[in-house]
Ligand binder design. Sequence first.
Ligand code: GLN
Length: 276
Amino acid sequence: MTREALNALIGVIKGRAGEDAPFEAKQILKEYCKGFAYGELSESEFDLCLRAAKRRAAGEPLQYVFGRWEFYGLDFSVGEGVLIPRADTEVLAELLIDRLNGRDGVFVDLCAGSGCVGIAAAKLTGCRGYEIELSDKAADYCAENISRHGLTDRLRLIRGDIYDGEVVARFADGSLDAIVANPPYLTEREMNDLQPEVRYEPTQALYGGRDGLEHYRRIFSVWKAKLRPDGLFAVETGDGQSDVVCELMRAEGFTPSVHKDMAGLPRVCAAYLKGK
Ligand code: GLN
């Protein structure tokens, strides 16, 4: 039964998902069919699968269809208006977790989106933190994710602009153990060349100005005073940006190093203020 169902779903999404159709069809089955592993599938479950496959066939990313996605082994609510957590970003979360582990630290996650980086860190280290997010829709998902992970007492959401003086002034100089950010960093050219699925995601979370570097030009100078002397500043970067971003960090007095993602690509520029 599941074999037939699988083939039916592949048929629905093939035009959209191409080579990935068998993999995605299997994910759809797993998502809606509890007895998937035993080859059991009820009619109502198949209906749900079919409905999901049709949304996928119309172009929506699977993560929005499911309304949830995994990051760092945890489940996050996602949907239209919020960037989908990417496996590439796990290296940023890992650096934050390494810095906080075993301490009673405080961190800030700038451009938080779904909140996945800060939530993974707060959950796994027991530390306190702040998520700052400008977009209302994204902040709604962030709030939902904070509460679904039981972190409302330790993780505070600030709805606002990371460059707004009032937001910045909420933090005392030298008070933070870590600052992390996955800012929008795609270039104008990359925005014109987006995969159809990514077009469903908010431009605000993707576009980093003509050369993609807009945020890196401001973020370090605005936030660095908030770091403790041995604090960590880590930012995710896009394709081919790590050298320039390291240069911008050096200009602000940091000694950054580059960390690669699982695909072996440079993904994060990170530095401890005045060395570790
Ligand atoms: N990694 C995302 C992408 O490739 C971009 C996310 C971002 O701009 N921070 O689509």
